[in-house]
Ligand binder design. Structure first.
Ligand SMILES: [Zn+2]
Length: 375
């Protein structure tokens, strides 16, 4: 099959897409948007799927299988009723109810942080596939083999949640170039940590963030410059975990009262969504404006280099220590434990001196990627 298109994220058909797929009548086609008609002639059926929304070309896709369709309805945060359709393989039909229940719960979490489900005029769609899944708009695919984690007594699937978070981060908020792919993958991965925050509180959130941190390779910067290939962007591997950890650091740096509304505004402001595209600079400018801080050095450090903060703790006198960040000069807040007390302290470029009985502990909860040297 040939599909003529400009194979670049900045090219989306604004008026949507029609797809007509003819298959043997014993099979079913799952596609994006609305199912306009199914016409059966002799032993063949033609499925007409139509989406009226702007859509990334890699989401213009369909799956064919021996599917049953499990249905339900979801009421969005704005009160719109959206059909839920789960294209489940016939053999797995008994699992459908559970998947749909999780999907409703996950929608609530995603709407809380990122605003209303983006495709409310069409559907919430899921199709079971035999691969790791993909964020196909209004028909995300997944294959978790119906295995779930239990978080605080509640069932949860990373695979299902991650692909679903892409309805906001990738499908609604789309990066303009492969170079900025961390926005889609990093924030969708960070969304998984927010699911933990909802289901299991800060402890579950921190456990997941710590996993993201441990996965950071720092072999290549996350943003390597425009006009690079998709393969080059994905080959470093850090756009997922380091992208998520970057959001975690940013949350600490600017505080929850600025971070969460700004993240939501990135996902809801027409300037950044649907027909429009985003770059790393757009994200930085938005967070800089809302926090009243010039965050460009911080964005550049995390996203355009593989460096980590180089922090030194030097004993310079009796119970006196100098703490300094040696390779980054924007004042940053740090949690410091000194004399058994934890304080959030701003460390300026020239460093600070604190009094402490023992060598102070810097950033014990791990808000930054860093290396600490104690002299
Ligand atoms: Zn992803």
């Amino acid at each position: 099959m040939y599909f003529p298109c400009k194979d670049h994220p900045s090219d989306e058909p604004n008026e949507g897409v029609d797809m007509k797929i003819t298959i043997p009548a014993n099979l079913v086609v799952a596609g994006p948007g609305l199912l306009m008609s199914v016409k059966t002639k002799k032993n063949k059926s033609t499925y007409h799927w139509k989406t009226n929304y702007t859509i990334s070309n890699y989401c213009i896709l369909f799956n064919i299988g021996k599917y049953n369709v499990a249905k339900d309805t979801y009421t969005t945060i704005k009160g719109n009723k959206v059909p839920i359709e789960y294209y489940v393989l016939e053999a797995d039909t008994a699992q459908a109810k559970m998947v749909i229940e999780l999907k409703k719960r996950d929608t609530k979490i995603l709407e809380k942080y990122f605003g209303e489900y983006p495709w409310a005029k069409e559907k919430i769609g899921i199709a079971e596939v035999p691969n790791s899944g993909m964020e196909h708009q209004t028909m995300i695919t997944f294959d978790n083999k119906f295995k779930y984690k239990t978080i605080n007594g509640q069932q949860y699937s990373d695979n299902l949640f991650h692909e679903y978070a892409h309805e906001w981060w990738a499908n609604k908020v789309t990066n303009k170039d492969w170079a900025h792919m961390w926005i889609q993958e990093g924030i969708a991965t960070y969304a998984e940590a927010l699911a933990m925050l909802e289901l299991g509180g800060e402890v579950a959130y921190n456990t997941m963030i710590d996993g993201h941190r441990r996965g950071v390779k720092n072999r290549k910067a996350m943003v390597l410059g425009d006009e690079i290939t998709e393969e080059e962007v994905y080959s470093g591997g850090d756009i997922y975990g380091k992208g998520s950890f970057f959001m975690h650091s940013l949350r600490y740096l600017i505080g929850d009262e600025v971070f969460f509304p700004t993240l939501k505004s990135l996902a809801t402001n027409p300037k950044y969504t649907y027909d429009n595209f985003v770059t790393t600079d757009d994200v930085e400018k938005l967070f800089s404006t809302s926090s009243g801080k010039n965050l460009k050095p911080f964005f550049d450090f995390y996203l355009r280099t593989t460096d980590v903060l180089d922090v030194s703790v030097k004993e310079i006198g009796f119970q006196k220590y100098q703490i300094k960040v040696n390779n980054f000069f924007m004042p940053l807040p740090f949690d410091i434990i000194a004399n058994d007390k934890i304080n959030k302290v701003i460390i300026p470029a020239e460093g600070i001196i604190i009094n402490s009985i023992f060598s102070p502990q810097i950033d014990p909860k791990g808000f930054y990627l860093k290396k600490i040297t104690i002299y």
